[in-house]
Design a protein around this ligand. Structure first.
Ligand code: FES
Ligand code: MG
Length: 575
């Protein structure tokens, strides 16, 4: 305990401390819950924001983990209060959890602000839960520790290893091509997700929990621990002990995270071969810390940072292997020259301290610098007349033959049109075609669904085609792969150039040159632009309308304008 800790300075003291009628009410209601003064008096109140839900398999272990966090909080002299928060369950929530990332961020921020809370443990992991909780905690700026859910165990099928998402799509393509049958397909269904925990490929979940750790907001070593490993329980308890110490030191997220922490996080994403979704989330998270991070920062670093994690979809292994090979700290220990090692972490030391004992135990999974999976980071930012504000491609998970490609556009007006026509014999398409999907951006989706890995037409699959150039204003699951150009900004629904493409227009993709161009002359495009009319906005009411009216474009992180605004929201009055 720090000697200068004075419980009267606790934020919660305003609720529990004074000798007035309001505080009488707060104390009597705490007693109603079965707590004595000894339980809460002068103790830091720690909110445990638990995104557990019966319908979120990635957080299936969070009820137990929350108890373990409480154990740690109690040991360190805090008063733990578990609060359920919106569970964004990637597999089940439609049209996309991205529609609700900002809602969870708002909920996290307002829970922490409106209740007598001195510090927080943020329990997340399934894709959007991690950025959402951190965005909320950053905006309220109370001492916080992020507890990553951890990856589930490897999938298995008949002696093969199965990876979340990645192998489901791979084997689906085989099934569509008639290579595997119903019986095999059902066996894969039972073997691909074998325990609690988030996707165990290098999808958005593994990428973003690694970001949280690299930023210093989760305990060093925490992000890679498999969800059902007993080390995960010990990490949960340690996180509880840690947050109480943070409160006593008044170590807020804003004292831990700076622009160079975000630079470190970008390096981590690139070296992991991480999800393209990280680009959007990191820009939004940085914005909440008042830090400007741009697409160009990603591209500049991506030319210098090698991919060292040989994990699917860019590589071969899975997160369980990555953990045993040394995990994130092992990987980062191979990149000291690219990191600012002086950044603090919630553990109390610096990132450099966290990496000092770390090492790699399997060069096959975490590659040495002299034998990287790819010499350049996996995410490239492209610009051109088709994407004036930028777009991204995960070129490490694309067919190298397609990275420089010109082909005729086959345009789908929206996702329903895509589903209706992709396999129609009337759709003129061959392996050189460039598939274009519109109305899938932040406003158009709405919520920018993960439709960016457009399906390859069945008749081409049967001929052995497994990759094509695909372009959209959508996102793509971090576990996906293929030559998919994503996040085209501005999006088609607000009149971005994607809205002007017609069937047969030649499109040129040049990833090494970082270009994406529609090879149609400017005067013709201008004519089309004048004739373009937007579709009626939908949804017309409710949260969907709020989202559509306030969300920023992908290159700005898709945060709401009123949340990304600088400034501090007032502390609540206690009446
Ligand atoms: Fe939850 Fe992939 S479904 S992380
Ligand atoms: Mg995902």
């Amino acid at each position: 305990m720090s000697p200068e800790f004075d419980p009267r300075r606790l934020r919660s003291h305003r609720w529990f401390g004074p000798d007035d009628l309001r505080s009488f009410s707060h104390r009597s209601r705490a007693k109603q819950l079965g707590y004595s003064e000894a339980d809460f008096k002068d103790r830091p109140v720690i909110a445990i924001l638990n995104t557990w839900s019966d319908i979120n398999p990635c957080h299936g272990h969070f009820r137990t983990r929350a108890e373990e966090v409480k154990r740690g909080v109690l040991q360190a002299g805090g008063f733990p209060v578990e609060m359920p928060a919106l569970s964004l369950s990637e597999p089940f929530q439609k049209p996309t959890t991205m529609l609700y990332r900002n809602l969870l961020a708002m909920e996290a921020e307002e829970l922490l602000r409106s209740y007598p809370v001195d510090g927080a443990v943020l329990m997340g992991g399934c894709d959007k839960t991690t950025p959402a909780l951190i965005m909320g905690a950053a905006s309220v700026d109370l001492p916080s520790v992020f507890v990553p859910a951890g990856p589930m165990l490897r999938g298995r099928w008949r002696g093969s290893v199965l990876g979340s998402g990645t192998d489901q799509w791979r084997y689906w393509a085989d099934r569509q091509a008639g290579v595997i049958g119903d019986c095999e397909w059902r066996e894969i269904e039972g073997g691909i997700a074998r325990s609690a925990g988030h996707c165990m490929t290098m999808g958005t979940a593994s990428t973003m929990t690694s970001v949280a750790e690299t930023l210093g907001l989760a305990l060093p070593g925490s992000a890679s621990i498999p969800a059902v490993d007993s080390a995960h329980s010990r990490m949960a308890a340690e996180s509880g002990r840690t947050v109480v110490e943070l409160v006593k030191r008044d170590a807020r997220p804003s004292t831990i995270v700076t622009a160079s922490s975000f630079r470190n996080a970008v390096v981590a994403v690139l070296a992991l071969g991480g999800s393209t979704n990280a680009v959007i989330h990191l820009i939004a998270m940085a914005g909440r810390f008042g830090i400007e991070l741009s697409l160009d920062d990603f591209d500049a670093l991506s030319r210098r940072v090698p991919i060292l994690a040989d994990v699917r979809p860019s590589g071969r292994h899975l997160m369980e292997d990555f953990a045993y090979a040394g995990g994130l700290t092992g990987l980062l220990s191979r990149l000291p020259d690219l990191l600012d090692l002086s950044r603090p972490t919630v553990a109390g030391g610096t990132l450099g301290d966290a990496l000092s004992g770390a090492g790699v135990h399997d060069d096959d999974v975490i590659r040495p610098r002299e034998a990287p999976l790819a010499a350049e980071g996996g995410i490239a930012v492209l610009r051109g007349n088709l994407a004036p504000d930028g777009c991204v491609i995960k070129h490490s998970a694309a067919d190298p033959k397609l990275l420089r490609h010109t082909g005729p556009a086959v345009v789908f007006a929206d996702y329903n049109d895509l589903v209706a026509r992709i396999d129609s014999p009337d759709t003129a398409v061959n392996e050189d075609s460039v598939l274009v999907l519109r109305s899938a951006g932040p406003q158009g989706g709405p919520g920018m669904p993960e439709w960016g890995m457009l399906p390859i037409p069945k008749r081409l699959l049967r001929r052995g085609v497994r990759d094509m150039v695909r372009i959209s204003d959508a996102r793509m699951s971090g576990t996906s792969y293929g030559t998919c150009v994503l996040h085209v900004a501005p999006e088609s629904s607000i009149g971005g150039p994607l809205a002007l493409v017609r069937d047969g227009d030649p499109i040129r993709l040049d990833v090494p040159g970082r270009r994406l161009d529609l090879l149609v002359d400017g005067a013709e495009l201008e004519r089309r632009r004048r004739r373009w009319t937007p579709a009626p906005p939908r949804p017309e009411r409710g949260y969907g309308a709020l989202f559509r009216e306030h969300v920023s474009q992908a290159n700005k992180g898709c945060d709401f304008d009123f949340l990304a605004r600088p400034g501090v929201t007032d502390e609540p009055e206690i009446h």
